[in-house]
Ligand binder design. Structure first.
Ligand code: ITT
Length: 197
């Protein structure tokens, strides 16, 4: 029996970890074990970009546990709001209030374009970057929140081809289409070729 490589996920967001586990299962990356960060792990996300923040989270956990870690920093960028809330998406969300604020602000705007972006960084036990990727999923802001699946801004993110929000589609379909799915596919390719799998 081969020993599974453990890779730690530097996040306190359980929804993300569940999405990532299910995407990796579908991609048949089964011999690497994903472990959540220890209770209370937190990092000051004061970077200027998604990649910088993902690096801060992954490297802090790598150094703390002397292990390979990865982190995702993600958010929604809205064209009519000059890319906001962007890297501040988590702070801006405030239990859904932020989502209603966005819908209200966009009432008078013609341009409803937006994208979810996910940066993923893997660091070695010294906290050095050994892999990184960044992917975006393009869509439009809905006129009101719709759907019960997913988390965060999913109820206001319209997938143009389906004319449904990412909260109206099944988690299985979201995990094929999303920014996180795209980034994890790259991560899986890297795992398969780096010997970590
Ligand atoms: P960690 O930093 O601990 O990983 P977090 O939730 O604070 O957890 P981020 O800093 O990356 O994570 O913030 C991402 C926020 O962007 C997240 O809280 C959601 O509000 C939003 N978001 C990211 N991916 C999303 C998705 O797939 N669906 C809906 N909202 C998403």
């Amino acid at each position: 029996m081969t020993k599974k490589t453990t890779i730690y996920f530097a996040s306190s967001n359980k929804n993300k970890l569940n999405e990532i586990k299910s995407i990796l299962r579908r991609l048949q990356v089964s011999s690497c074990k994903l472990q959540g960060a220890p209770e209370g792990f937190s990092v000051n996300e004061n970077g200027k970009t998604f990649v910088e923040n993902a690096y801060k989270k992954a490297s802090a956990l790598s150094k703390k546990l002397s292990c390979t870690s990865f982190a995702d920093d993600s958010g929604i960028e809205i064209k009519a709001l000059d890319g906001k809330p962007g890297i501040k998406s988590s702070r801006f969300f405030r239990n859904g209030k932020g989502m209603y604020e966005i819908v209200k602000k966009l009432r008078t705007k013609k341009n409803r374009k937006c994208c979810f972006t996910c940066a993923l960084v893997v660091t070695n036990e010294k906290g050095q970057i050994i892999f990184k990727t960044k992917k975006s999923w393009h869509g439009k802001i809905a006129d009101k929140p719709k759907g019960k699946h997913g988390f965060g801004y999913d109820p206001i993110f319209i997938i143009p081809k389906l004319n449904k929000t990412s909260a109206e589609i099944s988690p299985k379909l979201k995990n094929k289409l999303s920014h996180r799915a795209m980034a994890i596919r790259e991560f899986a390719k890297w795992l398969k070729t780096s010997g970590k799998r």
